[in-house]
Design a protein around this ligand. Structure first.
Ligand SMILES: [Zn+2]
Ligand SMILES: [Zn+2]
Ligand SMILES: [Zn+2]
Length: 293
């Protein structure tokens, strides 16, 4: 206990005192002064520590609240990105479906064509209508067209061919014959091709955009986690310097403010977004509250 009984004596009383009493008082005074000195010493020490703690406390409150705000901003960004990803994903699927519908822009069809093939024997052919009029002609082979011998060919009815109806003068011999062959031809439907190419190209663009948004969304998610980590660390340091300061009050107040905004919101989309943010913020508050045991 501090001996400060000398404080009860006023200065004007001291002058009128007898010396002996004065001496006692002086010693008491000295003792009091010693106690005071001790107190001041202690107080100055307290003051020093207190200021340092106050600065730490102020910094950690700021850090925690900044972390909380960072978490909130990144949660909002994250939710906006989920919306964007959903939109892009729908567009991408539509483009994929359009490409799928139009992918068969080439049509393969079969047509009959006439081709000339080599034969080991000679035939009577018509140069006007490209007809095989007598295969394996029994007449002697001739290189001449317009030869009289063709009147004797099995296909001739006198001077007219009974196969192609042309005159014998346009017939000739050759070791080849025309044959009908079935050929597959490919035709391109330009409109479909363009739709396929445009939708395929846009599908690629949308896919890249979607991947970019997914990366950004992961980044936001990581930022929320690191903000949460920051809050936890700050709250832990805050608890060391001032176990009575509960930062949760400020965070819970903000959550209530958000809840109030949600209650007054009519737009369903915004309501859903706000609800997700509140849920995430409540989880953060819950994780902080576990630090106060
Ligand atoms: Zn013949
Ligand atoms: Zn003929
Ligand atoms: Zn003919």
């Amino acid at each position: 206990m501090m001996d400060n009984s000398s404080f009860n004596v006023k200065l004007e009383d001291i002058s009128g005192m007898r010396l002996s009493k004065k001496a006692i008082l002086t010693s008491k005074w000295a003792l009091s002064m010693e106690v005071i000195e001790e107190l001041i010493k202690d107080l100055s020490q307290y003051k020093e520590v207190g200021t340092k703690d106050f600065v730490t406390m102020r910094d950690e409150i700021n850090n925690a609240l900044k972390g909380y705000n960072d978490a909130k901003i990144n949660l909002k960004n994250w939710i906006a990105l989920q919306d964007k990803i959903t939109g892009i994903s729908i567009e991408r699927k539509l483009l994929d479906a359009t490409a799928e519908i139009n992918k068969n822009y080439t049509i393969k069809s079969k047509v009959w064509q006439t081709e000339t093939v080599e034969t080991s024997y000679h035939n009577t052919l018509c140069s006007r209508c490209n007809t095989l009029c007598h295969e394996r002609c029994g007449l002697q082979y001739t290189i001449n067209t317009n030869a009289n011998i063709f009147t004797g060919c099995a296909c001739m009815d006198d001077v007219k061919c009974n196969v192609c109806s042309c005159d014998y003068t346009v017939h000739f011999h050759d070791k080849k014959k025309p044959v009908r062959v079935e050929k597959e031809i490919t035709s391109v439907l330009a409109g479909m091709k363009e739709k396929y190419e445009v939708s395929t190209k846009n599908y690629e663009i949308k896919s890249k955009e979607e991947s970019k948004c997914i990366l950004e969304s992961e980044d936001c998610n990581n930022k929320v986690k690191s903000a949460q980590q920051k809050i936890t660390e700050s709250v832990k340091r805050l608890l060391v310097v001032n176990p009575d300061y509960n930062i949760l009050n400020e965070i819970e107040y903000d959550i209530k403010k958000n809840q109030h905004e949600l209650d007054n919101e009519k737009d369903m989309k915004i309501r859903t977004e706000k609800n997700s943010i509140i849920k995430a913020l409540t989880e953060i508050a819950h994780s902080i509250s576990s630090l106060f045991k």
